[in-house]
Design a protein around this ligand. Structure first.
Ligand code: PBG
Ligand code: ZN
Length: 329
């Protein structure tokens, strides 16, 4: 050859050398496993569109959390399915509700696992929206400011039960500030807020709606969640949440928004950043794997690695437990 060739392949010749030059490595301690908590005892109701996942009663959730911790998973994030729903979602701040009971059980039974709670109203409202719905002429809208107070009550209820991080996912404006003030006033100044800062109105949440039974009974969430066409707006969302006191921020969904993960990473160095590999991302991989169309382990680990490479510190994933096992070899 008449010209000098840069030989990048030299570094790919041996597994041990490849490991040595690897830029991104997955680590189970950065994984967060979502769990769906329902009333009852000994209950495990499989979620058809999310193979391996089920709605769990508190005792079953404890077993799952122990399994997760055994393989090094860092945290769980809890979603509640209450006994009864109403227009305000009042089960969300019941002191003996499914989430406070699960939090107490997990803190006691798996103390090394971090317990995060999702703070939203859609699992608790009979209409399935993330806030209070009010009429607007012939139309309807989710009332931003009336919702803030309810979210704050829910967050305080979780903190009183021992939640170590609260994660508001509703996308109301000002909710981080309202939750921060309420937590501080109730003596929970040490509880961090992980804000779902850039949460898109995504079709990839489909299976979750079955899992958490929070499908909107009318309309959709585009009046409060972000338009997938917008990237710069995500930076405004993150900046506002940080101003209001968010300690960690999230981009959701993950794979369709890797560019957003990267932009947030670069614009806010030093801010802990989470990305949520959502139910639809999980279901796609599972469905293709079941048909034998993808090597599940390689495809899932590749997706998780890409999320880390894009700049996420923390990954919320339905693969958390399986991936943690795979990483142990
Ligand atoms: C509820 C909530 C949703 C998800 C997390 N919290 C659904 C939604 O906003 O419609 C999605 C998670 C997933 O799809 O895995 N606010
Ligand atoms: Zn919601």
């Amino acid at each position: 050859m008449g010209f000098p060739v840069t030989r990048l392949r030299r570094l790919r010749g041996y597994p041990v050398l490849r490991d040595m030059v690897q830029e991104t490595r997955l680590d189970a301690s950065r994984f967060v496993l979502p769990l769906f908590i329902r009333p009852g005892r000994g209950e495990r109701r499989p979620i058809a569109s999310m193979p391996g996942h089920a709605q769990l009663s508190v005792d079953e959730a404890l077993k799952e959390a122990l399994r997760a911790r055994q393989v090094g998973v860092g945290a769980v994030i809890l979603f509640g399915i209450p006994e009864a729903k109403d227009a305000q979602g009042s089960a969300a701040w019941a002191e003996d509700g499914v989430i406070p009971r699960a939090v107490r059980a997990l803190r006691e039974g798996v103390p090394e696992l971090l317990v995060i709670t999702d703070v939203c109203l859609c699992e608790y409202t009979d209409h399935g929206h993330c806030g209070v719905v009010r009429r607007r002429g012939e139309d309807w809208t989710v009332d931003n400011d009336a919702t803030l107070e309810l979210l704050a009550r829910e967050a305080v209820t979780h903190a009183r039960a021992g939640a170590q991080v609260v994660a508001p996912s509703d996308m109301m404006d000002g909710r981080v500030g309202a939750i921060r003030a309420a937590l501080d006033a109730d003596g929970h100044g040490e509880v961090p807020i992980l804000s779902y800062a850039a949460k898109y109105a995504s079709a990839y949440y489909g299976p979750f709606r079955e899992a958490a039974q929070g499908t909107p009974q009318f309309g959709d969430r585009r009046g409060y969640q972000m338009d997938p066409a917008n990237g710069g707006e995500a930076l405004r969302e993150v900046a506002l949440d940080l101003e209001e006191g968010a300690d960690l921020v999230m981009v959701k969904p993950a794979l369709p928004c890797l560019d957003v993960v990267r932009r947030v990473r670069d614009a806010f160095p030093g801010v802990p950043l989470a990305a949520y590999q959502v139910s639809g991302e999980f279901a796609m991989l599972k469905a293709a794997a079941e048909r034998g169309w993808l090597d599940e382990r390689r495809a899932a680990l590749e997706a998780l690695t890409a999320i880390r490479r894009a700049g996420a510190d923390i990954i919320i994933s339905y693969y958390a437990l399986e991936a943690a096992r795979w990483l142990r070899g």
